[in-house]
Design a binder for this molecule. Structure first.
Ligand code: AMP
Ligand code: ZN
Length: 473
């Protein structure tokens, strides 16, 4: 098949046509969630766009095998191997075991994915399933001189590489806020950027998950899991690796360092990174505590697919700011679109010429650096086009293999409940009253207003986007 699919490769910093290692086949790897909390809708922006990537590759004819890990061990709160253990923190927060936490949030993640029509990757592998493989890879790195033992831990030696900073220069990285916000020093490291492959001596005495290893009882570092799980399921050459931009350094940089040192050759030539979803305070992150989830959107009456459309309307390489105003506009546009499509009559024959013309336009849009907003424009143009409804319906079904917006499925009865205008005016007035009380530090009045609303079945919640409310069913 002809290779026409291109996207911005973070490794070469240019838009490049993907030439797979094996003709017609793509091995694709996605960094999976760290399952210590719910995924926020920022994480899910990445998974939505990666889902579009997979489906777009299939749409243009590739046989795709997609692999994703589940991080259930080894991820510390600073990506640079310091700070708290994320899983342990989740377990302590909820008074559960680490494995209970992992199971609960893995299930919650896939429920969110299902609600957003994100396909489950062909292979999903939790890190805790692969301990023998991690040990084998670390042994290989020790044998060929890329790793060393210090203070009981095994580290990767970045000084052995001719080029470590493959995505950006050290100077550029130093300007990133938050990359090294944790200044804890690990004195075992020979070089500043060395990273842990295996921990035996950690400050987490209560670390729940530990395994025997040639270096003592311990647990793997975070980066080794993606290299190892990728190689395990996709072989020595994978075609595309993706993740959110924050994964570029140190996570993906370290993955490349250890994989290529272990394999003795180049590993993955194409890297796609999804920019962040931000709220008014900046990057949405789980560690901030109060964050937006799919459940919260559902609770407020939004169809999760409206959020998918919100993401598709902007380019994956641009930061996206979340606001309820834009989400409301998207909801209105989505409902109108689905209604309009529902009005099409599937009578008559498909006009093959028109079908090919619009299919080509759609394919061009998604194959050209995943221009999803252009793909949606093609859909709107099609609705206005001078062709019969049967052709339109056939094309819309075809486009929905990538967009996955349930465009030809009768809308789920999850639309926002009709709210009585009088009640709405009353609630909004009470919210304003409560805001004024809070401003005046009159918390007793503020609480009384909340209770008064609750008594009428109105639940209010303070979020960083402002006060949100819904009527309890
Ligand atoms: P985590 O569960 O924290 O390991 O992150 C899961 C995925 O979400 C990774 O690919 C991250 O790069 C990505 N991610 C984290 N924060 C955001 C955000 N605010 N917007 C988009 N993607 C994000
Ligand atoms: Zn990863």
């Amino acid at each position: 098949m002809e290779n026409k699919f291109k996207f911005f490769n973070s490794l070469t910093r240019t838009v490049e046509t993907v030439i797979p290692h094996e003709e017609g086949k793509i091995g694709m790897y996605t960094c999976g969630p760290t399952v210590y909390h719910f995924a926020h809708i920022g994480n899910l922006r990445s998974y939505i766009m990666e889902d579009v990537l997979e489906k777009a590759l299939r749409y243009v004819g590739y046989d795709v095998k997609r692999v994703m890990n589940i991080t259930d061990v080894g991820h510390l709160s600073s990506d640079a191997d310091t700070g708290e253990d994320k899983m342990l923190k989740g377990a302590q927060r909820e008074n559960k075991t680490v494995m209970e936490i992992a199971k609960f949030y893995t299930d919650a993640f896939f429920a969110d994915c299902a609600a957003l029509n994100i396909k489950t990757p062909d292979v999903v592998e939790p890190a805790t399933n692969c301990i023998p493989e991690f040990i084998q890879m670390i042994e290989g790195l020790l044998e060929n001189g890329y790793a060393y033992l210090a203070g009981g831990n095994v580290y990767f030696d970045t000084s052995k590489l001719s080029e470590y900073f493959v995505f950006s220069s050290q100077a550029e990285l130093d300007t990133f806020v938050g990359v090294r916000d944790d200044v804890e020093e690990d004195t075992n490291k020979r070089n500043k950027n060395d990273f842990v492959l295996w921990f035996t001596k950690s400050k987490f005495e209560d670390q729940a998950l530990k395994w025997d290893s040639p270096w003592g009882v311990g647990y793997p570092g975070w980066h080794i899991e993606c290299s190892c799980i990728g190689i395990k399921h996709l072989g020595e050459y994978m075609d595309i690796h993706c993740g959110g931009v924050d994964n570029m350094f140190p996570h993906h940089t370290n993955e490349i360092a250890q994989s290529e040192s272990y394999l003795g050759h180049k590993w993955c030539p194409y890297w796609l990174h999804v920019q962040h979803l931000n709220d008014r305070q900046g990057k949405m992150s789980k560690s901030k505590g109060d964050f937006l989830t799919v459940s919260l959107l559902k609770e407020k009456g939004y169809n999760p697919l409206v959020y998918r459309m919100f993401c598709l309307q902007s380019h994956y390489r641009k930061p996206l700011e979340f606001s309820y105003d834009i989400l409301d506009n998207t909801a209105a546009a989505y409902n109108k679109l689905v209604k309009r499509i529902a009005g099409l009559q599937a009578e008559g024959a498909v006009d093959e010429v028109a079908f090919a013309e619009y299919k080509n336009k759609f394919e061009d849009a998604i194959s050209n650096d995943m221009n999803t907003s252009m793909a949606i424009t093609v859909l709107y143009d099609l609705l206005k086009a001078d062709t019969n409804d049967a052709t339109k319906l056939a094309l819309i079904k075809d486009f929905d293999r990538v967009l996955s917006l349930d465009l030809t499925v009768a809308p789920k009865e999850e639309a926002k409940p009709e709210i009585d205008a009088e009640l709405e005016a009353y609630v909004l007035a009470k919210i304003e009253e409560r805001k004024a009380a809070k401003k005046a530090k009159d918390f007793a009045t503020a609480d009384a207003i909340r209770d008064e609303l609750l008594a009428k079945g109105v639940v209010i919640k303070d979020t960083r986007e402002g006060v949100v409310w819904h009527v309890e069913a």
